[in-house]
Design a protein around this ligand. Sequence first.
Ligand code: UDP
Ligand code: MG
Length: 146
Amino acid sequence: MERTFIIVKPDGVARGLVGAVLERFERRGFRLLKLEVRTIDRGLAAEHYSHLKGRPFFEGLLDAITEGPSVLAVLEREDAIKVARNIVGATNPSDALPGTVRGDLGGCLPRNVVHASDSRESYEREVGLFFPGEAWLLEVQEAKQE
Ligand code: UDP
Ligand code: MG
């Protein structure tokens, strides 16, 4: 089993897309481990996106991710990170294929409805930032041997 971290961003929440996004994950076999509504503050947003600091869209990205409540979720299934990135689609909704969240529901950058961790390292880093003190989210789930 693998886990991933997703955010329904403020634009997705404001447009009433939380159920539509989560349904896509549930229907692909993801199990919800954690779900929270939270308005992300600018400091946490800057940490989360620190790898993009200095890019021309950085401040606008921070505006977008902090402008209202987000929905944070930790989800589990086989190959969670790869499957979630496939569900989410390309970063720019204009490039995202039909059938993906961003291809079907996406707006205009930086408001592209959803975030999903892009690697196990990113998952661990992001969960540490958003849920400090919840080490259980980082515990490795061994495959069950029957
Ligand atoms: N972003 C943007 N313009 C760009 C690239 C990214 O506004 O040219 C925003 C967009 O909201 C994206 C976020 O920055 O989701 C993080 O960028 P990343 O490259 O990590 O894309 P993602 O992993 O979300 O597909
Ligand atoms: Mg990313």
